[in-house]
Design a protein around this ligand. Sequence first.
Ligand code: IPE
Ligand code: IPE
Ligand code: MG
Length: 248
Amino acid sequence: MSVFSDIDLTNVPKHIAIIMDGNGRWAKKQGQMRLHGHSVGVESVRGTLKAAQKMGVKYLTLYAFSTENWNRPKEEVDGLMKLLVQSISNEVEELNESGVRMLNIGDNSQLPVDAQEELESAMKRTEHNDNIHLVLALNYSSRWEITRAMTEIAQDVKDNKLDPSAINDEVVSSYMATAKSGIPDPELLIRTSGEYRISNFLLWQIAYTEFHFTDILWPDFRDEDLFKAVLDYQSRERRFGQITEQLK
Ligand code: IPE
Ligand code: IPE
Ligand code: MG
């Protein structure tokens, strides 16, 4: 019996972010090349997206490639970029039909040209959809995003477009890649593969996010695992600095 029926559909996170980790170890366990793990990981993306849609999640952010991942062996980086182009090109029609809007919060400009073009065209193609936003964090890192935000803030102050005394939490947020695309902070962050770290992901946005860690390697992650993560989220008391009695 699916745990889906246990989920309170009135209290589903609007935004779930996932650090999809463990593709390499999964492949190694099968005696295969790391790239095979990445290919099979695409299946998990497909299933997870459908499961998120089923629950009514509005934003699903997937950490797909970090700025640090460029330091991997060239063969793996090239393979990942190729897989990205292929996957987007294979999936875009179906994504579009099921109301998915694609976005990227990473630095698109530093991707290989064919990947940039594929991504741009998929984003353009799906820009009128709003069933769910599939937000890729591709060539993304939080420190890159925050540094860019600081540079832009400094520039706007210099150009007299922003008064330093007006800079508050909301203003800073508005310079983040997420806010620029209207993406709210995630209520739930999932990391697979048994690692307990954030790896430079959404540092600003996860100030009050609930974390769910699982040992499952990303290629083995199924819709039931997403449902379980949401159930875990629903068992938490989110206090935001207050005490239990104040929450009623
Ligand atoms: C996550 O899986 C996918 C990317 C980082 C692109 P890994 O490739 O990090 O897999 P492990 O952590 O080595 O098992
Ligand atoms: C984080 O995974 C990045 C992505 C999932 C894209 P990594 O496998 O690169 O993270 P570390 O190096 O283990 O922290
Ligand atoms: Mg990893």
